[in-house]
Design a protein around this ligand. Structure first.
Ligand code: SF4
Length: 207
């Protein structure tokens, strides 16, 4: 039987390159971070960065947002995937929290809010410097994790569970690091020849 792979060691080159790198969303406070994370699901960060300044000049904080109707937000969300639901979630969150200082910064509190799942919560905890309570898994992470051979599963919650099992907590930034690799190098058409993970990658070994 083959020895179990030491994923903590295997991930070192990736974490050396990306650990702690700031998220591409250009937020200026935790309120903006939360709003932009909700809006960015299935939309690009580039698009959300482009619409954010106008949105935040109209709704500068949770209090301002709590006085809006979801429909009021629509003109500011042009081109955002699923903008109707996202507008409803954001207004509900604002009505529930009422101020920026009430934003919960733990997994339980964040995932209790409408429109925020573990992926979004993991991003918010990471960007606000809170201790990791999970591993961020987005579409890029899924592609990289399956290619590397960490898992065959494409279900984000199973990938997160698997990674939390094989990596020590201090390396849980690996999900975001894999997302950065997936955006830059391990794209749908991968650039394996310049990838720091090629010595550890099942996909590359089979090529
Ligand atoms: S070696 Fe290729 S397939 Fe493997 S992680 Fe790097 S870019 Fe992706």
């Amino acid at each position: 039987m083959a020895a179990k792979k030491d994923w903590a060691a295997a991930m070192r080159p990736l974490l050396r390159k990306y650990k702690g790198q700031k998220h591409p969303l250009e937020y200026h406070d935790v309120y903006q971070l939360l709003v932009m994370v909700v809006l960015s699901a299935r939309s690009t960060d580039v698009h959300i960065n482009a619409i954010a300044p106008t949105f935040f000049s109209a709704y500068k904080d949770m209090q301002a947002l709590s006085g809006a109707d979801a429909k009021d937000l629509f003109p500011y969300l042009k081109g955002v995937t699923n903008f109707g639901h996202k507008a409803e979630w954001l207004v509900k969150i604002a009505q529930q929290l009422k101020s920026n200082s009430a934003i919960p910064l733990d997994m339980e509190g964040l995932t209790a809010l409408p429109g925020i799942g573990r992926k979004s919560a993991n991003v918010i905890l990471r960007e606000t410097g809170r201790p990791a309570e999970g591993i961020m898994v987005d579409l890029h992470t899924i592609r990289v994790a399956t290619r590397l051979g960490i898992t065959k599963d494409e279900d984000p919650s199973k990938i997160e569970e698997r990674m939390m099992k094989v990596l020590p907590r201090e390396e849980w930034d690996a999900g975001m690091a894999m997302s950065f690799l997936g955006r830059e190098i391990c794209r749908p058409k991968p650039l394996c020849e310049v990838c720091v993970m090629r010595n550890e990658c099942a996909y590359y070994k089979k090529k």
